[in-house]
Write a protein that binds this ligand. Structure first.
Ligand code: FAD
Length: 371
C-alpha cells in the first residue's frame, strides 16, 4: 500500500504527538501521519517539569502530583524552596499521550507501525514501514537519539510504592537527596509523594556507565530504610536512560526535508536531563511556522544555554569531588521562583549572576580554558 501525504512524523512521543495535536487544531491542517510502534501504556513513565498556573490547568488530565515546595538534601544541608509562580508537576506520560491522540482529527492520524527506512524519492520522501509506504513532502523524525560512545548519561530506576505508615511532608518533592553511595558517579534519590501513602522513589545516577538493576534497587531500599518508610506494596518499577551529552551525527544532515524534533534534535538539557518544556516550545513554534508554510525546526535549546550546560558537565566530570556542592550551592543561592526559572532555561541575567557568584571560580575557569 502506498499513500501521498504532506507530513510524516516518526515517533509518537512528546514531540511527535504534541506536534500532531497542534497541527490537527489548525484551520487547514496538512495531511499528516504519526507513525509509532508502541502503545502509550507500553511506554508509560513519569515526566517531571516546572509549570506556571495556566499550563498546570492544561496538563491536569495527566497530572499525578503537583508541588510548590521542593528540596535538595546532602549530609550537611537541607534546602527547602517555595515557589509562588511555579509548580513542580509529575505527569503520567501515557495519560498525556492518550490525551493528545484523542484530540487528533482528520487529516491528521496516528498509525501503530515501525518505520524501517526513510529516503529521498524524487520530489518526495519515501517512508517505509512493514505494511505501508508513505510519500511525504516533509518528515519530522523523533526517534530516540544515540549518544556518542562513552557519553554522559542520566540513568535511573524508580519504584512506585504504597507505604505502611503515612509519609511525612507529602507537600515537599525531593528533587535530589545525595545521602547515598557516591562511588559510581553522581548519585541521588528523587522522591515524589503523590499522597500520604503513595510515592515514587528513584535512584538516579549521572555517569558514563549504566549499572545492573539491582544496584539501583538496593539504593532505594537503603534510602527507604534510612527514612523509616516501610513498603506496603510495590506498585510498579520504571527505569530509563537520558542522554546528557553530544548526540551522534544526524544521518540525514543536509537534507532539510528530514528534520529531527524533540530529544533527537538536542532538546534534553545536558545539565539536568529535563526536556519536556523545551520540546513543547519547539513543536509549538514549529506548528506556527508550518501554518505559514515554514517547515524549518526551531532549536529546542539555545546554543548559549547548551554551551553553559557543557561547561557545567565538564566541571562535574573533572571535579567529581565538587559535584554535590555545585547543585547545593545553586539551590542555596536561588529562591524557588529563580530555581524554577533556571531549570526551565528561562533564567534572567540576575539569576545567572547569582549562580555564577555562588560557584567555585577556579574549576570553572580551568574548564573554560580546557574547552
Ligand atoms: C524514561 C525517561 C524518563 C524521562 N523523564 C523526563 C522527565 O521527568 N522530565 C523531562 O523533562 N524529560 C524527561 N525525559 C527526557 C525525555 O527524553 C523527554 O521528556 C521526552 O519524552 C522526549 O520526547 P521525544 O518525543 O523527543 O522522544 P520520545 O518520547 O522518546 O519519543 C520517540 C518515539 O519514537 C518511537 N520510535 C522508536 N523507533 C521507532 C521507529 N522505528 N518507527 C517509529 N517510531 C519509533 C518510540 O517508540 C518513541 O515513542 C525522560 C526520558 C526517558 C527516556
Amino acid at each position: 500500500m502506498s499513500s501521498e501525504i504532506d507530513i510524516a512524523i516518526i515517533g509518537g512521543g512528546n514531540a511527535g504527538l504534541t506536534l500532531a495535536t497542534l497541527l490537527s487544531q489548525q484551520t487547514n491542517p496538512p495531511q499528516t501521519v504519526v507513525i509509532e510502534p508502541q502503545t502509550a501504556e507500553q511506554r508509560d513513565c513519569s515526566w517531571g517539569l516546572w509549570a506556571e498556573a495556566g499550563q498546570v490547568q492544561q496538563l491536569e488530565h495527566s497530572m499525578m502530583g503537583r508541588w510548590q515546595r521542593w528540596q535538595l538534601v546532602d549530609h550537611n544541608h537541607r534546602v527547602v524552596q517555595n515557589s509562588n509562580q511555579y509548580n513542580y508537576l509529575s505527569l503520567s506520560s501515557a495519560d498525556y499521550l492518550l490525551g493528545c491522540a484523542a484530540q487528533l482529527r482528520e487529516p491528521v492520524t496516528l498509525v501503530q507501525e515501525s518505520v524501517s527506512s526513510v529516503q529521498p524519492d524524487g520530489d518526495r520522501l519515501l517512508v517505509e514501514t512493514h505494511n505501508q509506504r508513505y510519500h511525504a513532502r516533509q518528515v519530522y523524525d523523533s526517534r530516540p537519539p544515540k549518544v556518542i560512545e562513552n557519553g554522559l548519561r542520566q540513568h535511573f530506576l524508580g519504584w512506585h510504592i504504597h507505604s505502611k505508615q503515612p509519609i511525612s511532608h507529602p507537600d515537599i518533592a525531593t528533587l535530589m537527596d545525595f545521602r547515598v553511595d557516591q562511588t559510581k558517579g553522581l548519585h541521588f534519590i528523587y522522591a515524589l509523594p503523590f499522597s500520604d501513602h503513595h510515592m515514587l522513589v528513584e535512584s538516579t545516577l549521572i555517569s558514563r556507565t549504566v549499572e545492573a538493576r539491582d544496584w539501583y534497587r538496593s539504593a532505594i531500599e537503603g534510602w527507604l530504610r534510612d527514612n523509616d518508610i516501610e513498603v506496603e506494596n510495590l506498585i510498579h518499577e520504571e527505569a530509563g536512560v537520558i542522554p546528557m551529552d553530544q548526540l551522534e551525527a544526524n544521518p540525514h544532515a543536509g537534507e532539510s526535508r528530514i528534520a529531527a524534533i524533540g530529544a533527537a534534535s538536542g532538546a534534553v538539557r545536558r545539565s539536568s536531563g529535563y526536556a519536556f518544556q523545551h520540546i513543547q516550545q519547539q513543536v509549538g513554534a514549529l506548528a506556527d511556522g508550518i501554518a505559514k508554510g515554514d517547515m524549518r525546526v526551531p532549536p529546542a535549546i539555545s546554543s548559549q544555554l547548551t554551551s553553559m550546560d557543557r561547561l557545567f558537565n565538564g566541571v562535574l566530570l573533572n571535579r567529581p569531588d565538587l559535584a554535590i556542592s555545585l547543585y547545593m550551592r545553586m539551590a542555596q543561592t536561588l529562591n524557588g521562583d529563580q530555581f524554577a526559572r533556571f531549570m526551565l532555561g528561562r533564567a534572567t541575567l540576575s539569576d545567572w549572576m547569582r549562580v555564577i557568584m555562588a560557584m567555585p571560580k577556579i574549576p570553572f575557569l580551568r574548564q573554560l580554558l580546557h574547552a
